[in-house]
Design a protein around this ligand. Structure first.
Ligand SMILES: C[S@@+](CC[C@H](N)C(=O)[O-])C[C@H]1O[C@@H](n2cnc3c(N)ncnc32)[C@H](O)[C@@H]1O
Length: 341
């Protein structure tokens, strides 16, 4: 039997680099291993709507198309990496089980509402047998972080680990405020088993750990330890938590018209890319979930909106685009972005 070797993945045919921005004319699959680990991944890839060359005609194959990408993101992500997954409703529903099984934890589905103007005059409601769609989704995921439980070393989710470690001390829950040095009810959220749970900041956890190890029932295994040797430090703990600078005035419905006017990129008077995303929305997601200097991945660059947003926000950007026309347009856009910085 003749064994035919699988074709090697194409290397980047061209590459643009300026400042901290890098865009390859290539299949993203051939790039992931050479990019630094991401703090944020902005995925705006196939929709299953035949909406750009190469987009499958239905969502039936989407999970298969995304699988190698999702596995690569999981392999290269840090415990603190955030993923923003843009897609249609049915596209996201199709890919969610894959993301979940690859260790991505669902946080929030955000709805981009383009407004009625998006379909005005285009939707023949006499013949349409469905409501016209004026939305897309952008779904936030973080990594599922598993930690070794003190009593048996079993890897458990962060939320269960916190409760298990405190319970192991045999100290009452009512002491957690005092232990963490806080006066408010925050510790209830850190130790709750319900959906309102969130992780404490490193400084508070270091205090909890110190208190637990001083006042808890004597144990051979230190409380709140990642390695079984010493309690976790504030810095080690913070490196496990995704960044989130919560905007005070925003929620998960984003009212924003489809890209038009000067922002819409055109060639010979025609829109270049049907899927160009509003720069301000993409920029906000990046700024909420990373700090300056962070690494942003845009595997399906199109017109490279996330790379532009990253550059404007003092983040490094790494992207790939398969289509040469889109690549050239994106490179021009990135050049003029950098010229204005
Ligand atoms: C939905 S569009 C992205 C639009 C982009 N967010 C913007 O604002 O312009 C998806 C893009 O991914 C590209 N693409 C699809 N599969 C790819 C792959 N495996 N590697 C790199 N690019 C890919 C397509 O050519 C298409 O331009």
């Amino acid at each position: 039997m003749r064994v035919v070797a699988a074709p090697a993945r194409a290397k980047a045919r061209k590459m643009f680099t300026q400042g901290g921005t890098h865009l390859s004319l290539a299949d993203a699959l051939s790039c992931y291993d050479s990019w630094p680990a991401p703090d944020v991944v902005v995925s705006d890839g196939p929709y299953g709507l035949r909406s750009f060359p190469g987009d499958p005609p239905t969502v039936n194959s989407l999970a298969k198309v995304y699988e190698p990408h999702v596995l690569a993101w999981s392999k290269r992500a840090k415990p603190s990496t955030t993923l923003w997954f843009w897609c249609s409703e049915i596209g996201w529903a199709t890919v969610h089980p894959l993301l979940d099984s690859a260790g991505w934890s669902y946080v929030r589905a955000c709805v981009w509402d383009k407004g009625a103007g998006h379909v005005a005059g285009n939707a023949n409601s006499k013949t349409l047998r469905q409501l016209p769609a004026v939305t897309e989704l952008c779904v936030q995921y973080v990594r599922k972080v598993l930690l070794p439980r003190g009593e048996d070393g079993k890897q458990v989710p962060m939320k269960d680990w916190l409760r298990a470690e405190w319970q192991r001390t045999r100290l009452p829950m009512s002491l957690t405020n005092q232990a963490a040095g806080v006066k408010n009810a925050a510790t209830r959220k850190w130790f709750t088993a319900c959906h309102l749970w969130y992780a404490p900041p490193g400084e508070a956890l270091a205090k909890l750990a110190e208190y637990a190890n001083e006042h808890g029932e004597p144990s051979d295994t230190p409380y709140f330890s990642l390695d079984g040797e010493a309690p976790v430090s504030a810095e080690e703990w913070d490196a496990l938590r995704p960044t989130f600078h919560c905007p005070p005035d925003r929620h998960n419905v984003w009212h924003h018209p489809a890209v038009r006017g000067a922002e819409r990129i055109k060639l010979n008077g025609r829109s270049v890319h049907m899927n160009q995303k509003p720069l301000s929305l993409v920029r906000d997601t990046i700024r909420w979930t990373s700090d300056e200097g962070a690494v942003v991945w845009e595997p399906f660059a199109g017109t490279a909106t996330a790379l532009v947003a990253a550059a404007l926000s003092n983040r490094e950007g790494y992207g790939a685009e398969l289509n040469e026309v889109f690549y050239r347009v994106a490179v021009e856009r990135l050049r003029s972005t950098h010229a204005e910085l």
